[in-house]
Design a protein around this ligand. Sequence first.
Ligand SMILES: [Zn+2]
Ligand SMILES: [Zn+2]
Length: 478
Amino acid sequence: MKDLIVGFEHLHRHTDFSLLDGYATVEEYGKYSKQVNQKFLCISDHGAMGSVPRQIRTCDENNLEPIFACELYVNQLQPDTTTIPSMTEFNRGLGTQEEQAKLRKSNHLLAIAYNETGYSNLVTLSSWGWTRGFYRKPRVNHEVLMQYKEGIIFTSCCYNSEIGQAFDVGGEGPAMEMVEKYMAMFGENFYLEIMLLDFSKQKPYDEFIIKASQKYNLPIIVTNDCHYCLKEDSEMQRKMIMVQTGRTMKQIEQALAQNDMADMFELQDSNLWMKSEEEINAKWESDYKDVIDYEILKQAKLNTVSLCEKAKGVKLDRTIKLPAFSESDIKFKESIIEGVVKRKIPRNKEYLDRIEEEYSLICQKGFSSYFLIQKMMTDEARKWYFETYGTSGASAVGPGRGSAVGALSCYCLGITDVDPIKHDLLFSRFLSPARGGKQIKFRFSGEPSFSNIDPIPMDEAIESAPFLSRSDRVWSDQ
Ligand SMILES: [Zn+2]
Ligand SMILES: [Zn+2]
């Protein structure tokens, strides 16, 4: 099989940032890359770009080139809406049940940035999905795609794409119309994608893709839609999908037997590991030889390498985008005083001494801006939650987590909702003169994408003058 080794790079790969779908971490992919001879590390999570900082670090550690991508969710009917109630209204306004069913579909679209503008647009598209196009999934519509398509290569993606689903429902005719639509939308930045899977509908679909390629002279890439690193991780990924769909393994097996969930190829397929080129070839040899000519496969593999060459070297603007406070110690003090009044903090010696102790240590260590920024973030999350769900917003970040609940300053600033004196919680567990501070941890509810945001470590934040950490980059990039 040696003569079949021409070069191949994975361009479609999910990490655990594809929540309850991707099993491998970015770091695992990075480490494993050498074993399967990858020079690039392209990550294309579902709707999210949150893994980018870790992708960059992993690439640095493993001498790989990052390629930035995202498997966007698309629905042509998706309106620009920021609140859940208005989405419900929109849904009710749709005349027929058929239209309502269409609105529920979240089709897939692989998008790969090939320059800085493309990266920025990709982040904007992902962000638009989460903040303005969220309906079950973070989604974009065609208008938004057209607005932010510059610098991005789009592919026909998997069977759950608009093309794949047109093929599923209506066969070649409607699918070809969708191909034509994408050609008109994306021009030379539109590629076709084939996969060599066990999923029963993949073979006819690949045959169609090859036909479309020949009809319109479109380039094809071959991908493996990786969801995990190792072959044996397939079982774990299936279990994750079990959690995602809220069904037991038995229920899933029954559903599959009845041909329900037939399009969830992630369930049918145990092929989604990060295959080497040899393993791709072996799959072709055993199962796809009759469907895909060797020359087509060879070109599809070569195209993955040339696409990486085109998309490499995207330089990200990683400058600090956090607010800079002048006189932050004074502003911090003012916020504490406001909080004392608002929270009706008892003005007795115990409380006042504690405030004094915390305030002087926090200022002495140069952390006052850090607290002010954390306040801005939690205030904003609560405000968003209140505007979206109409409830108090308290559940947006919860009462507080970890050792930060031991800080009376956090309680005064509204970062936490726990009075540490009342509950006998120690400030020294959070911050002490002898060692650096811990971090204020968050969990944002109602926004699954945020649940993967790491807390900002205080020391790292200060070190990077003043507040850069990987979490900050997630915030600013999103
Ligand atoms: Zn997909
Ligand atoms: Zn995928």
